[in-house]
Design a protein. Sequence first.
Length: 335
Amino acid sequence: MLAMRLGRVLAVAMPLSLSLAALPARGEGLPCRVDDRLSESAASLLLRGEPLVGSSLLRAARAHGYDGVSVHARVALSDEAVGAWLDGLSEGAPERLDCGEARDDRQRLVLASLRAGRLVQEGRRVRGELAQGFHAPRLVIESAAGELSEMALSSAQLAAGFSLPEQAEPRRIQLLAEGRDGPRPVAELSYGREQREPAPALGPKTRPHEELLALVKSHRRGARVGALRDNRLLTQSAQRHAARICELGKLAHRVEGEDPELRLRREHVVARGVGEALARAESVDAAWRALLESPAHRMAVSRRDFTDVGLGQSSDAKGQVCLVVLLASWPRRLP
């Protein structure tokens, strides 16, 4: 969900009523690292009766200061069912598995998150770490005014920590890193109390190409950057990749060793620069919102040097929609 070759910490006290209706549990015996913030998030979700979809899960986790970038949920009573689900989530994944749970008088809710990195704020300093197999960290910082900037770090610099400029008023800091499937966000700090608004309507599973293109054009116009040409070759490539990642059940820029640039070269297309943004959600509208809510992805879609765009969308067996926005600078087809 990032451009290729680009070339909070918030502690919220649980309401007193929460302990009367839904209790965070210790998660003893689960095959994961128990994180109290996820347990508190699970209790909040049970109390509020919110839908257990990706956007609601992540919003609840952010409200309790969790810095992971994706959250999964499972309602189950038996340890066996929960254990099998957690094993399935972590199978073959290099990331650490965090989890938390809560119970009320009707059900048990378990939240889980695969963690490839983390960010911690200590006063005006921020430090972080990456899981084994991840490297090339960089930060995307979103200001309170919505402006985006990028900072490259070494792993040693990330671990040692860095100071925020005195004048900086960040809204979010997102940590990105390179893994086997390409670059992606691995942790995020959000600042300031966010409004707990109801989740927006999911919208249709898919939209006609022209409607998706209109969303991209509207965003670029609002960002005061040039319009993109609708490129048929990029759309064909983006559509193939959307179907592929939905089939695999994971978001990845790099599949079988091929990143977006190599995929295009195999399809006889070259460009001065190539970028890509990916999202997977309950609908294509939710996937588009997820892209714009991620500082790194919004930065990719807003880059001034891209001239052309291709859009792909596909659905998987679980009803999730995979969205691919493929961007390029002056692409051309090879003879």
